[in-house]
Design a binder for this molecule. Structure first.
Ligand code: MF3
Ligand code: CO
Length: 250
């Protein structure tokens, strides 16, 4: 069941969202060649705690860290560790924060040094697919319109959308109804729900250069593309209003 949030709840999500956005702002400054993903995890975790936030990923189904760092063919759920960033890498960082019982979640993909033309285009198309859907949607549209907007933009630019993982409702918990696929399917159209004012969603296009098939590494978390081609991920938490989608992770 999809629940609408009250003004008070949305205010708290916006506070959680500001911590998330500022943490991702730090990533843009400190993620450079030779920095380890563990260093990013340590700095962001410290920042979140200092702002009275709780890093919600840590301990979620046993996940060991406060952020996800997914490099190149890694799509999502990369675990921070001693790996150093290299020139030419594309790095996705995903972080969720709880603030006074309310959660916000966002992700960015950034370029480390000199990235291939293909990598740059992939990251750009992924970011634009999220910007575009956020500018397009508003309360009282159907869920499938969110999915269609992302899919059509990504595919018309020659890339694929990942189908095995989706966006999600969010607020009192990190994952709430509905699931938000980044592509349209028969099943989606069958139970297509109307998105009312006050619904809060984490919209997260995950896209790739090659085929959309995925695999999970032996660490049981990190999701990669089967063909080992590049993947990118952007995410914002938004609230649906009559006038449009209002971004909470800014
Ligand atoms: N943004 C991801 C999601 O919405 C983050 C979950 S990672 C986990 O599913 F570590 F918490 F599982
Ligand atoms: Co999410």
């Amino acid at each position: 069941m999809i629940v609408c949030k009250s003004k008070r709840e949305i205010d708290l999500m916006r506070k959680a969202g500001k911590i998330v956005a500022d943490a991702l702002g730090m990533v843009r400054e400190i993620a450079k060649k030779d920095i380890t993903t563990e260093t990013l995890n340590t700095k962001l975790e410290r920042y979140v705690l200092q702002k009275d936030g709780i890093p919600v990923f840590k301990g979620y189904r046993g996940y060991p860290k406060s952020i996800c760092t997914s490099i190149n063919e890694e799509i999502v759920h990369g675990i921070p560790g001693q790996r150093k960033l290299c020139d030419g890498d594309i790095l996705s960082v995903d972080i969720g924060v709880e603030y006074r019982k309310y959660v916000a979640d966002a992700a960015i993909t950034i370029l480390i040094g000199d990235v291939s033309e293909e990598g740059k285009k992939l990251v750009n198309v992924c970011e634009k697919s999220l910007d575009r859907v956020i500018k397009t949607i508003h309360a009282n549209i159907k869920l499938s319109e969110v999915s269609r907007c992302i899919q059509s933009y990504v595919e018309s630019n020659g890339f694929s959308v990942i189908r095995d993982y989706t966006g999600h409702g969010i607020g009192r918990k990190m994952h709430e109804d509905p699931q938000i696929p980044n592509y349209v399917s028969k099943e989606l159209l069958k139970m297509d729900e109307i998105l009312l004012q006050g619904i809060t969603l984490a919209i997260e296009p995950m896209i790739c250069v090659g085929k959309c098939d995925t695999e999970v590494l032996k660490n049981r978390w990190t999701v990669i593309t089967k063909d080992r081609k590049l993947s990118a991920h952007f995410e914002h938490t938004i609230v649906m209003t009559e006038n449009g989608a209002d971004i909470l992770t800014v």
